[in-house]
Design a protein. Structure first.
Length: 356
């Protein structure tokens, strides 16, 4: 079966996963048809379009199914009209297993990529998530441990697929001086665990935090981390420049990345920082230490004390930092761009078509 076109269901504003994959599929000669989740949301029933109603019904499979019925019909029509031979779903919210089964019955292969943790009690878990995953030809996820859990939950063809680097979103800053600010950079959203972690670091290291306004409204007003917030978020090329100019970029995994009691998987920041030419110090996790071996192309910590020790070590070791950053960039540029991931998705869809 030939896959010369693919429908993408997701968000496509600059910097989103959907926009990166759209460019990647186009670059490898697979025409991408965009189906925007914003348009699908307009087709939802009132309980799911209303913010309060959505929160009240977030665990109710019955109400969500009924309220998303017209949206699923709309999605099915858009995919068929596109003429695409495959569908890649980035957001499983509101998508019914029946819709995916209907598309597969028409010969359209279906892949889903789940960017969050699909299992309760994590916020991304929805009543429709696992049934839709079971109805897909292949379900892709960023954690090897979650692949195992999906298989145990009855998903027939789960597979590990990490995020990647998009040079248009986080361009390589090789024309910029490296590490003009000899401190630690944290780019990311607020949550309580991250705030507490950074509260312990902030008194001892030069730290700058960039992120959305929750760092102002939810972080402790007099807390050390709150005082390091720079009052704004950085995105796209601005974020890439800050990564390049900082001695160390910090990557703190969230609770949803803890699988069976251990951090696991890779997130976007694992690829964006080396892609931009920066040095990454990250939570030690399964998958990351395989793709970016410790001391060679990555550095890691398991707790605040080890993080602080590593920061002090590498702030004083500029040549070692630069060597690790340069080697990591070379690996990301050669093997971990979204064009590489797009080819992998097509390969897996071809295998599914052969098996059928």
């Amino acid at each position: 079966m030939s896959f010369d076109s693919i429908a993408l269901l997701g968000y496509f504003s600059p910097g989103t996963l959907g926009s990166s994959y759209r460019r990647a599929f186009d670059a490898i000669g697979v025409r991408a048809h965009m189906i925007d989740m914003h348009d699908l949301v307009h087709e939802l029933g009132w309980p799911l379009r209303n913010r309060i109603g959505h929160r009240l019904t977030i665990r109710s499979g019955f109400i969500r199914s009924r309220s998303a019925r017209e949206a699923n019909r709309w999605l099915e029509e858009r995919v068929i009209e596109s003429g695409a031979t495959a569908l890649l779903v980035f957001s499983m919210a509101f998508i019914s297993a029946e819709t995916l089964e209907n598309l597969r019955a028409r010969g359209i292969r279906v892949a889903c990529f789940y960017a969050d943790n699909p299992f309760p009690p994590h916020y991304g878990a929805r009543p429709e998530t696992l049934p839709a995953a079971r109805a897909s030809d292949v379900c892709l996820i960023w954690s090897e441990r979650l692949v195992t859990k999906l298989r145990e939950a009855g998903v027939p063809n789960p597979a590990f697929l990490p995020f990647a680097w998009d040079p248009e979103v986080f361009p390589y800053q090789n024309d910029r001086p490296q590490e003009t600010w000899p401190g630690v950079l944290f780019l990311g959203g607020w949550d309580r665990e991250r705030e507490e972690f950074l509260d312990e670091l902030a008194p001892y290291v030069p730290l700058r935090i960039y992120g959305p306004g929750y760092w102002k409204t939810r972080a402790r007003r007099a807390g050390p981390a709150r005082n390091c917030w720079q009052g704004t978020d950085l995105r796209l090329s601005e974020a890439a420049r800050s990564i390049r100019e900082s001695a160390i970029s910090l990557n703190i995994l969230r609770t949803q990345h803890i699988v069976d009691g251990e951090p696991d998987g890779l997130i976007m920041r694992h690829f964006e920082v080396p892609g931009a030419g920066g040095f990454l110090l990250s939570t030690r996790s399964g998958g990351a230490t395989t793709l970016f071996p410790e001391g060679e192309t990555g550095e890691y910590f398991s707790d605040v004390k080890e993080c602080l020790d590593k920061i002090r070590e590498y702030l004083a070791a500029e040549p070692a930092r630069r060597q690790i950053a340069d080697r990591a960039h070379a690996i990301v540029a050669a093997r971990h761009q979204y064009t590489d991931r797009a080819r992998e998705i097509i390969r897996r869809l071809e295998e599914c078509a052969v098996r059928r």
